[in-house]
Unconditional design. Structure first.
Length: 76
């Protein structure tokens, strides 16, 4: 699948900032740990969750995929 299609699909699956934060917290994952997993600075995750920034295309797919997996694990 092309990078463009992955990005468009991720945008349609993206979570609102407050939902993304709630998923992370429910999974017991800190912002620094999530940031390390995604290869970004912890302040970047803070800004995404605060809604002041949105993930760039290079991080969006990984961020949405990781949140979906955390949500699934937390719900189990």
């Amino acid at each position: 699948m092309s990078a463009l299609l992955e990005e468009v699909r991720a945008r349609h699956r993206a979570f609102l900032p407050e939902v993304a934060k709630a998923i992370r917290i429910a999974a017991g994952v800190s912002q620094p740990r999530l940031a390390a997993e995604l290869g970004v600075h912890p302040m970047t995750v803070y800004r995404w969750e605060a809604g002041t920034r949105t993930p760039t295309s290079s991080h969006l797919v990984a961020y949405v995929d990781l949140l979906e997996q955390l949500r699934a694990v937390s719900a189990a």
